[in-house]
Design a protein around this ligand. Structure first.
Ligand SMILES: [Zn+2]
Length: 495
């Protein structure tokens, strides 16, 4: 059902669960390293392989990081809580249970405010708890890369036992037709917050931050929530938005036909923006939770928690307000930079010496256009804030004009080297040599006698065509302002 029609008949209720891999040096319950990209099954030991007789110990840095996330999300911190065993069989989980938290989360009852369409929406946080990640299965031989239809599966346990923070919202009603945007804004703001705390690299493309997106619909005028579905492991902010939209359309079509929604997990497909059925959703009792007997309870000292709270860095919303003032930009400009995920990049470019207006102009103009063409986020472009700052400095110093600067950026993006190397290799310096410029001007005047006569007879506006000719003949490398002065001088016209 088309989105607008779905929204006329139903109201969506959202819920978001976010997994964040912490950037601790070692795993949650053993000393194995956590670095990404190592050869399969090289970061493993008896504990994370669950060999008989091995015992876990808790990673203190992971506890601290989780408490800091909880504090930044305005949560209460438990003074005493325990880990729990969540029992289920999965080949990428060597113990056949996951050490997680159940009814005693480390952090609970917080909120995160997000801006959507100029309005502040408060997202209530139910809990922030700590658990361990699973290994990674790869299914070989099928068409989809999923287990169904695969010939065989292989498993890499390097990720098994990496500390994972799960952040769960309370149900989010009342977002109405902005539900997809609210979901995305929450994801964006949460990523900024976690990044600002320095506790995770939040690289969504490497899976270090991923979302489970819950959606249900209720008929307009009803107050009884519908059955929800959970779209698992959505790993880009754009996909979060699209999965909400797609799921609203799908559920609305079923409900409008008199059907019912099945409580299940679903998979999101990037290519179509739709979801397909996964497995029917387990209830909590299916996991047979019980307190983990091999670990002592966690009892963070309230004085230490107060210290952590006092030492929190500036939070993203506060930081944006400060930067907006420093840069002197409008709400609208700030919002568009935020939506394009450009604030960090502009900030780094300014830190590298570029004026804020120039940094913003390049990131939100030429580079946003190129990122868009390539279907990439701005941060994935192969150009650094330092390089943009260097291009800004060359323009400010008169060595490049904007047109040449765009060619330099293109060269850097193509992997031709640093801005200086591209300028040298492509010969992009502005023609500053007046003798060389006069030669070009004389050629242009000779080839455009009509325009030259018009200027001579007082129609100074006609000089534009001559300047254009000079720019063309110099392949954009002339200084247009200087060329105009020299042409008028040559023709004996003063303004
Ligand atoms: Zn290990």
């Amino acid at each position: 059902m088309p989105y607008d029609e779905a929204l006329e008949r139903f109201e969506p209720v959202l819920g978001l669960e976010t997994h964040v891999e912490l950037g601790t040096a070692s795993k949650m319950f053993c000393g194995c390293p956590t670095t990404f990209g190592a050869p399969p099954n090289t970061h493993v030991c008896p504990v994370c392989l669950a060999l008989p007789g091995s015992l876990p110990t808790t990673n203190a840095a992971a506890i601290e990081s989780t408490i800091r996330i909880g504090l930044a999300l305005n949560c209460s911190i438990a003074e005493w809580c325990r880990f729990a065993r969540k029992n289920y069989f999965y080949p990428d989980m060597p113990k056949n249970y996951q050490i997680s938290q159940y009814d005693e989360p480390l952090c609970f009852d917080g909120y995160l405010d997000v801006e959507v369409d100029g309005k502040t929406v408060r997202i209530e946080i139910e809990r922030v708890h700590l658990e361990e990640d699973t290994g990674k299965s790869t299914h070989v031989g099928g068409a989809t890369g999923r287990i169904h239809g695969a010939d065989y599966s292989i498993v890499d346990y390097n990720r098994a036992g990496i500390p994972l923070v799960e952040i769960v919202t309370k149900p989010i009603p009342g977002t109405d037709r902005l539900a997809p945007e609210v979901a995305r804004a929450y994801g964006t703001e949460l990523r900024e917050l976690v990044r600002g705390l320095g506790v995770s690299d939040v690289r969504m493309e490497e899976g270090s931050m991923r979302f489970d997106v819950n959606v249900s619909l209720m008929p307009r005028g009803s107050s009884e929530w519908g059955t929800r579905t959970e779209t698992k492991n959505v790993n880009s902010l754009r996909s979060v938005e699209r999965s909400v939209r797609g799921e609203i359309e799908r559920q609305a079509a079923i409900l409008a036909d008199g059907g019912r929604i099945i409580q299940e997990t679903r998979h999101f497909h990037e290519n179509t923006g739709t979801t397909t059925s996964g497995r029917s959703k387990e209830e909590a009792q299916d996991y047979r939770y019980f307190p983990e007997p091999d670990l002592v309870p966690i009892a963070p000292d309230p004085a230490w928690v107060a210290e952590l709270k006092a030492a929190l860095p500036e939070l993203p919303g506060v930081r944006r307000k400060r930067l907006q003032q420093e840069w002197g930009v409008s709400d609208l400009d700030m919002t568009s930079m935020y939506n394009a995920d450009a604030i960090v990049l502009v900030e780094a470019t300014v830190a590298a010496g570029a004026p804020p207006a120039d940094a913003r102009k390049w990131w939100m103009g030429e580079l946003a256009r190129r990122a868009n063409e390539a279907g990439l986020p701005l941060s994935a472009l192969r150009i650094t804030p330092d390089q943009i700052a260097r291009v800004c400095a060359m323009v400010a110093g008169g060595a490049l004009n904007d047109k040449l600067a765009r060619q330099v950026l293109e060269g850097v993006l193509n992997g031709e080297g640093s801005p200086d190397e591209v300028v040298a290799a492509r010969g992009l310096q502005i023609v500053n040599d007046e003798g060389e410029l006069m030669e070009i001007i004389d050629q242009v005047l000779a080839g455009n006698a009509d325009a030259a006569d018009k200027v001579r007879s007082g129609k100074v506006a006609a000089v534009g065509a001559l300047v254009g000719g000079v720019m063309k003949a110099s392949r954009g490398k002339a200084d247009a302002g200087r060329a105009r002065e020299l042409i008028l001088e040559r023709l004996g016209v003063s303004e």
